[in-house]
Design a protein around this ligand. Structure first.
Ligand code: GTR
Length: 415
């Protein structure tokens, strides 16, 4: 370890690894018909693999001062905080330090839910600061067959009907009955409880409560706010007698998947992260500029990221990070990435590559981790150590078949 690293001296060097992988015939490839159709519908978006620019990725194991990290201790001590800080400053933004009061009120307990197989609790999580407050409504089902169960916490970015605690409406987005039957607890909250999903210059939601200091270019956006909300739900889950606190997963789809990755990166109490079709600003490599790009996402959703992120519109190669490094922040904890073959907007190949290129960090903890260097075939789950991936056939959505793969992964890593 160099003196400069030990004394935390300034940023001088960056070393890069080449990142292009070949795709053998057994691996997944985008359907040429779909590529043609999507390319015709949006001429400003690249869906053609051959048009992906050549790029080099920042090496997750080389520090900003040019030192090579070769063991988990140095990773945790030097490089991990450095990468977390880069994502905070340039991508998701910084949570303000405003003190707040957190209280939990259980408003409903039903020990005989789902025909007696589960216990349902509904908890109001109240956040109060400077005389204002905000409430996150958390629902939690735990199986009655075990004393303490592992739990999946879903960040719901669809309408609240999808997480109906009365179970009058059942959605594949949150398949509680199936999870309970497999011995898993299911928790969920609606993202808009924490921050509404619209741009109002950060006045509403939790921003209206905690943003007391003037906002800067690195102030938190809405994804960071949702991730923070997931952590407040976790604060509660860790107190619940029916929850196994060492086995809590954060799960999200699409914008919720981007959020799950950042929640897992910032809160190491989550022991598993599942990012379903999280695409740009989530699982897919920015430098590929395939499907949705930084410019498109920052224009379409100006509230999701910090203002600094906009500086990289069309200049992805200048980002000091790429999404393999976000995944590396989750190591050595369990990480599952999923994609769908019709969701080229979210770049399935770029999502697999992020996972693949995070593996050098995972290997600091488990030298046997290894995934193939090509995107796996359709509907074939791949798992190695604490990592896993699948690409499902069909549309951009979170479906029961995705959950079934997530639970197979959890069966393996949480056995
Ligand atoms: C899209 C957005 C994606 C993804 C998706 C979703 O419109 O471009 O990045 O997050 O919404 O959340 O369903």
């Amino acid at each position: 370890m160099s003196t400069s690293l030990r004394t935390g001296m300034s940023i001088v060097a960056a070393t890069f690894v080449a990142a292009l992988l070949s795709q053998p015939s057994e691996g997944w490839k985008a359907s040429p018909e779909l590529v043609k159709k999507l390319s015709a519908s949006r001429t400003d978006v690249n869906y053609v693999e051959e048009k992906v620019p050549s790029y080099i990725l920042p090496d997750p194991l080389i520090t900003l001062t040019g030192d090579k990290i070769s063991n988990s201790r140095d990773w945790n001590r030097y490089r991990r905080p450095e990468i977390a800080e880069l994502f905070t400053t340039h991508v998701y933004g910084r949570v303000p330090r405003t003190p707040y009061k957190l209280t939990f009120t259980t408003t409903n307990t039903d020990k005989n839910a789902l025909g007696g197989t589960a216990t349902l609790k509904q908890i109001d999580i109240n956040i109060e600061a400077a005389g204002k407050n905000l409430m996150i409504h958390l629902s939690l089902f735990t199986p009655n067959s075990v004393k303490k169960s592992p739990v999946f916490l879903l960040i719901c970015n669809r309408s609240p009907d999808n997480i109906d605690p009365s179970r009058k409406i059942k959605s594949e987005f949150w398949p509680v009955e199936e999870a309970i039957a497999r011995g898993y607890g299911m928790a969920a909250f609606h993202n808009a409880d924490v921050d509404p999903d619209n741009y109002d210059n950060f006045k509403n939601g939790i921003h209206g409560i905690l943003d007391i200091e003037p906002r800067g270019n690195d102030s938190w956006g809405t994804i960071a706010a949702w991730a923070w909300g997931a952590s407040r739900c976790l604060d509660y889950l860790l107190t619940d007698e029916n929850v196994d606190k060492n086995r809590i997963a954060v799960v999200g789809h699409s914008r919720g998947g981007k959020t799950a990755l950042w929640a897992g990166a910032t809160d190491q109490r989550f022991s598993m992260v599942i990012a379903n079709e999280s695409g740009c600003g989530g699982s897919s490599l920015a430098r590929r500029k395939y499907g949705e790009t930084l410019e498109i996402i920052n224009r379409g959703f100006p509230h999701w990221f910090c203002l600094n992120y906009r500086k990289y519109n069309g200049r992805e190669e200048e980002l000091p990070v790429d999404m393999h490094m976000l995944m590396a922040l989750i190591a050595p904890r369990a990480l599952y990435v999923a994609a769908a073959d019709e969701d080229l907007w979210g770049d399935p190949k770029g999502s697999y590559l992020s996972l693949y290129h995070s593996l050098p960090v995972y290997r600091l903890f488990d030298k046997n981790i290894n995934l193939e260097n090509f995107v796996p075939p359709l509907n074939k789950q791949v798992m190695s150590g604490n990592t896993g991936f699948h690409i499902r056939n069909g549309e951009h959505n979170l479906k029961l078949s995705d959950w079934s793969f997530f639970m197979d992964f959890a069966d393996k890593v949480w056995r």
